[in-house]
Write a protein that binds this ligand. Structure first.
Ligand code: SF4
Length: 381
């Protein structure tokens, strides 16, 4: 096998063999290979911020949280809030760590001695030098790809008291959508003009950083944020600042939604339910809609421990009372459902729609309340 052709394969063999070896050796302490790496780093950098660990090897937050939870459960590590900023978590080793740390160092050294026994000392040094260069380039390449796929933000509202229940928040509007709802009042985000001005995501992060303590959260709206390649990386940066995040979504990409929930990147989701099944595609302005995706997203929100609401923008020409019964059946048992009264505006995709009467809305509300825990009307005159 030509090793130049199978570099990734060889690297993977080295990693897996090391992992298997150390998992076995450290099992007596309840430690895995990955946790031993974090433990030694914390031991050598007492008080390191938890968020800093992610930067060491572009680890995702889930991996870090899982490893640190394990190390604290085992009594090797303590997590303490920083004195200067309670949202920053600092990591310290405990006296129990002393029982294992030297064992880890010695076993680590023994393993690499074994692997390099047929390699000359100067070749070994060269190997470390070269692998360090390659590692740096791999991290750079990963960051470059991440930057290419950055979150495309086209609007910002610096302060809202209404869009994140119970919180002061900033709203960011992403560009592009996988629906084309005719009553949508964000036409300029859905049909992006060629000369649309994209905002600089780094400047926005700087602004958010300055607003720590002034706002509680950030709302990611659109357009449809889940179609954005750079969403995950950007949400991590916002989360690292300690903000709560609300996501506005049409729920068509259930796997992406599940990923954000699993990674702890969103705290509240507002999902649009466009209409009953037969009228869904027409109301979303597309030829067809995969309703299974919508149903999966509904179940995800209902079954995972996360705050959420379902909502429907009620347009007189598109919704009647029977439609609301069908929607309410789709989301049966939901905690919160909002019927949002449509209001005409300059920015709508298709003109000519009208708001429903308050009587019609109240009739719809009565029907919805048969199926969901709480329902309310928003935007009533
Ligand atoms: S209402 Fe929402 S889902 Fe519909 S087109 Fe507008 S942004 Fe997209």
């Amino acid at each position: 096998m030509d090793s130049r052709q199978y570099l990734s394969f060889d690297t993977s063999i080295l990693y897996r063999a090391s992992q298997k070896h150390f998992d076995r050796i450290f099992a007596r302490f309840g430690l895995g290979y990955g946790q031993s790496l974090f433990l030694t780093y914390i031991y050598e950098n007492e008080g390191v911020a938890m968020s800093k660990l992610a930067d060491l090897g572009n680890f995702d937050k889930g991996t870090i949280t899982h490893s640190i939870n394990k190390l604290t459960e085992l009594g090797f590590v303590e997590v303490r809030a920083s004195d200067s900023d309670k949202r920053v978590k600092n990591l310290y080793t405990t006296s129990k760590c002393q029982e294992v740390i030297n064992f880890i160092y010695l076993e680590r050294q023994k393993w690499w001695d074994r692997l390099f026994q047929k390699v000359e000392k100067e070749d070994m040094e060269k190997y470390f030098e070269v692998s360090n260069i390659i590692k740096e380039e791999a991290l750079n390449a990963e960051n470059e790809i991440e930057n290419e796929n950055h979150l495309r933000i086209f609007g910002i509202q610096k302060l809202t008291l209404l869009d994140y229940p119970g919180k002061l928040a900033t709203i960011l509007f992403t560009g592009g959508c996988n629906f084309r709802c005719p009553f949508c009042h964000n036409k300029s985000l859905v049909f992006l003009d060629e000369d649309s001005s994209e905002l600089n995501g780094e400047d926005i992060l700087e602004l958010l950083n300055k607003r720590q303590g002034l706002i509680d959260g950030v709302v990611i709206s659109g357009g449809e944020p889940l179609i954005q390649e750079g969403l995950v990386a950007y949400l991590r940066k916002i989360k690292d600042m300690g903000f709560k995040i609300k996501l506005d979504t049409n729920g068509l990409l259930s796997e992406k939604l599940a990923y954000l929930i699993d990674e702890g990147l969103i705290d509240y989701v507002a999902m649009d339910i466009k209409n009953g099944p037969e009228k869904y595609a027409m109301t979303a302005g597309v030829q067809e809609v995969d309703l299974n995706e919508i149903k999966k997203s509904i179940e995800l929100l209902k079954n995972r421990a996360i705050d959420y609401e379902f909502r429907t923008t009620i347009v007189d020409e598109l919704h009647d009372v029977e439609d609301i019964a069908k929607i309410a059946m789709l989301i049966k048992g939901a905690k919160h459902y909002y019927l949002q009264k449509y209001h005409d505006s300059e920015g709508v995709i298709k003109k000519g729609y009208h708001a429903p009467s308050n009587d019609k809305l109240n009739e719809m509300l009565k029907v919805a309340l048969k199926y969901v825990e709480t329902a309310e009307i928003r935007g009533e005159d």
